[in-house]
Ligand binder design. Structure first.
Ligand SMILES: CC(C)(COP(=O)(O)OP(=O)(O)OC[C@H]1O[C@@H](n2cnc3c(N)ncnc32)[C@H](O)[C@@H]1OP(=O)(O)O)[C@@H](O)C(=O)NCCC(=O)NCCS
Length: 370
């Protein structure tokens, strides 16, 4: 028995390779350092779904196909319109993906369904945000990149080239991560031959938890609590003494710095310009140094992602939904890989309960000695 399935090989996969000792992350053979620098959301999505980089004409056609699928069916929009303004954004996202399964075009192929979900999930997150904030809804554009349209739908402004690049970096870095909890969940649901919408809905539910995708919001809260870099040692000492987990640190697979955190730290350094940003980044760096020094535990992807999202004017409650948007191409790649070589996932439990209880009628329970 391996608690938390640590080190259990539950599937073969040709999508993502992680070297947790050297801190390397590779999608279909390509290092994420190269992909985040030179590639973008559309190209990495193509890579994950086809296991190779596209030719120029293939990428152009794929980008157009994705763009043409961004608009939401009326049923999905009215499902979101009916939600209370204070609803949890991840709950709303789960509901909206499930409702996309009801209202999406019928008779799409698997690849077309994947395109539809991946394209629409960005529009859905922006639609939920605008609904919750009482902002008028905007129509998704077709001819722009996914990252650009996502920022436009969220902020109502056309992004500049650097903001679009930053969003692409975030999306590329989150695109896949082998058998993490949400991807494993997606594969388990797909292994029953349930549909792709249901598998992604389940993955969103798994991502919601603070041990998985919910950590970046809490990192930002922690930075506000700390207030200043000088307060870091005392803050950490208290938390660690009470055995609290420090959000944005630690990883099941990485035994060193998460390579995604390394890349995000370099972008954080480039964008930090206001005094608040400089102070926040100094707190993050002090937390990282102190945690490595005291516990030998390194930052993970959630540690700097909130900082970069804040720079893009994204409100905290959208951090985890945007993680879901970024991870969707990976979930879909794994769902399709699962379908292509399927066997239902059905592990066994080591039973620790009793085996030979005598059934006592309810009126006698507590009266006689069972
Ligand atoms: C990511 C995470 C869930 C991995 O969990 P895991 O592989 O089951 O590791 P464990 O929780 O068993 O931790 C192993 C040891 O490291 C310590 N540890 C791990 N992450 C820690 C953290 N963030 N803060 C403090 N201690 C931590 C544990 O207390 C444990 O110490 P112990 O052996 O003395 O009891 C865990 O590191 C965590 O909860 N991190 C905070 C949440 C987070 O940032 N999630 C985003 C992940 S990308």
């Amino acid at each position: 028995m391996s608690k938390g399935l640590e080190d259990v090989v539950a599937s073969t996969s040709a999508i993502t390779f992680i070297d947790g000792v050297r801190g390397r992350l590779v999608y279909c053979g390509y290092d994420i350092a190269d992909l985040s620098e030179h590639s973008n959301y559309e190209e990495v999505t193509y890579l994950l779904w086809h296991n190779r980089l596209p030719q120029r004409d293939e990428l152009a056609a794929f980008t157009l196909e994705l763009g043409a699928r961004r608009r939401l069916p009326n049923g999905v929009m009215s499902s979101i319109d009916s939600l209370s303004l204070d609803c949890d954004t991840m709950d709303a996202l789960e509901m909206a993906i499930a409702s996309l399964g009801i209202y999406d075009e019928k008779e799409l192929s698997r690849m077309e369904t994947a395109q539809s979900i991946a394209s629409k999930i960005g529009t859905i997150v922006a639609y939920i945000h605008r609904h919750k904030s009482g902002l008028h809804q905007l129509e998704a554009k077709e001819g722009t990149s996914f990252a650009s349209d996502l920022l436009y739908l969220l902020t109502g402004k056309e992004p500049d080239a650097f903001s679009e690049k930053l969003m692409n970096v975030l999306l590329v870095l989150h695109a896949d991560h082998e058998l993490n909890a949400s991807t494993f969940t997606a594969r388990v649901v797909a292994s029953t031959l349930s549909d792709m919408y249901s598998s992604v809905t389940a993955a969103v539910a798994a991502l919601k938890g603070p041990l998985h995708g919910g950590a970046n919001e809490r990192v930002v809260e922690m930075v506000q609590q700390v207030g200043s870099p000088e307060n870091v040692p005392e803050f950490l000492q208290k938390k660690l003494a009470s055995k609290e987990k420090i959000m944005g640190f630690g990883h099941r697979v990485y035994k060193t710095l998460d390579p995604r955190a390394k890349i995000l730290r370099s972008y954080a350094g480039r964008v930090a310009s206001t005094s608040k940003e400089k102070n926040d980044l100094a707190i993050l760096d002090a937390l990282a140094d102190e945690m490595i020094r005291q516990k030998g535990i390194y930052p993970n992807v959630d540690f700097y992602s909130g900082f970069v999202l804040q720079h893009l004017q994204v409100p905290t409650y959208l951090f985890t939904p945007l993680f879901a948007v970024g991870r969707t191409p990976g979930w879909l790649a794994h769902i399709m890989e699962q379908y292509s070589n399927n066997r239902i996932m059905r592990p066994i439990a080591e039973y620790t309960g009793s085996r030979d209880e005598r059934y006592v009628p309810i009126e006698l329970r507590g009266k006689i000695n069972a």
